[in-house]
Write a protein that binds this ligand. Structure first.
Ligand code: 3HC
Length: 311
């Protein structure tokens, strides 16, 4: 019976077994994974836009080469994650259509403008830093293809994170103007990076389900706290100030405590009203349109080749 199947499935999850694509799984487990992996893939693809903006403006050939490598990695992460989502029975074009029609979400963090070179540092340091903390948690998740994808992606994220912190650290220890640029960037990116790890546990609508089935093995607040504890000392080591007057270190718990997160801003951004949502959607729709002839030509060539092989 369905109850027996669900009980068996829960026992597998509780015993820490990985679930593989061909195994039976509850529809809601499948839906939650398609939702999270699809949005993760969309985030990687949209995330290339704010950084791509600075490839032609990088201050040196080395910085250009490193940024180019990072943006190419993000494209690879996106394609890798679309493939992981396809193991659940959804096809890539369906996911792409959901993104470009605004039906599917992507990370709130990518709806902000990158107005200075220091933002390339802040994104690598804070955004990829938060992503690493979150993804090392997801790598312990119950769905085989996703957890394995996380292991591979985290290796590249560490390079992204180090190069970002190096940019910020050098600016913060450079001229007065450079230090000001680094502090201004931290001021603009700190709040959104707090929001990026999702609503607080009390307000998270999916966490109860995703944690019961170990899709997510730790809560949004736990991951956020780990990210904060790791990042505040890095800001101080670079001589930068965290833009939060309520920040304080709790000797008892040995955690850094932050002030209120601006959830109104978060929900505004994920509803599509952030500073760059329209720009990101326009870019993704244009890419889909302008890339159509390339996909059709490649498909036509592949068909011709396979017909020749059949003869
Ligand atoms: N941006 C956009 N939407 C968000 C969000 C965010 N930062 N945080 C939450 N949401 C959405 C959720 O998708 C959900 O909406 P839905 O039900 O319509 O999908 C709603 O807000 C309620 O939030 P929940 O807490 O219930 O959502 P989750 O449990 O899914 O937690 C999450 C949010 C932590 C982002 C989780 O989805 C997750 O870990 N996703 C996989 C990782 C991922 O997508 N990371 C995005 C960044 S990728 C990146 O930074 C790449 C790096 O290389 C630059």
């Amino acid at each position: 019976t369905i109850e027996e199947r669900e009980r068996e499935f829960q026992e597998k999850i509780d015993s820490g077994q990985k679930i593989e694509p061909k195994e039976w799984m509850p529809d809601e487990y499948r839906r939650q994974l398609i939702r999270m992996i699809g949005q993760h893939a969309h985030s990687e693809i949209v995330g290339m836009l704010p950084e791509g903006n600075w490839i032609t403006r990088a201050p040196s050939l080395r910085r250009k080469a490193v940024l180019l490598a990072k943006v190419q990695d993000e494209a690879g992460h996106g394609l890798y994650l679309y493939s992981a989502a396809e193991t659940l029975g959804i096809d890539r074009q369906t996911m792409i259509n959901q993104l470009i029609t605004g039906k599917a979400k992507y990370s709130s963090i990518f709806n902000y403008p990158t107005t200075s070179w220091a933002d390339m540092g802040a994104i690598g340091w804070l955004v990829d830093g938060a992503a690493i903390v979150n993804q090392t948690m997801l790598a312990r998740g119950s769905y085989g293809p996703y957890s394995r994808a996380m292991v591979r992606i985290c290796k590249e994220e560490s390079f992204h994170n180090r190069q970002g912190y190096e940019i910020i650290y050098q600016l913060a220890n450079g001229s007065e103007a450079q230090k000001k640029m680094a502090q201004d960037s931290l001021n603009r990116w700190w709040g959104p990076s707090m929001q990026m790890l999702g609503p607080s546990d009390a307000d998270s609508t999916n966490s109860a389900v995703t944690m019961n089935w170990k899709i997510k093995v730790e809560s949004n607040d736990t991951v956020r706290q780990r990210f904060i504890d790791r990042t505040v000392p890095q800001a101080h080591a670079a001589g930068l100030t965290i833009p939060d007057p309520d920040l304080k270190y709790n000797e008892e718990t040995e955690h850094w405590e932050i002030g209120e997160i601006d959830w109104d801003e978060f929900y505004k951004v994920i509803k599509g009203y952030g500073p760059c949502n329209a720009k990101r959607m326009k870019a993704r729709n244009e890419a889909e349109e302008q890339g159509k002839w390339v996909r059709e030509a490649a498909a036509a060539y592949a068909n011709k080749k396979s017909k020749k092989q059949e003869k």
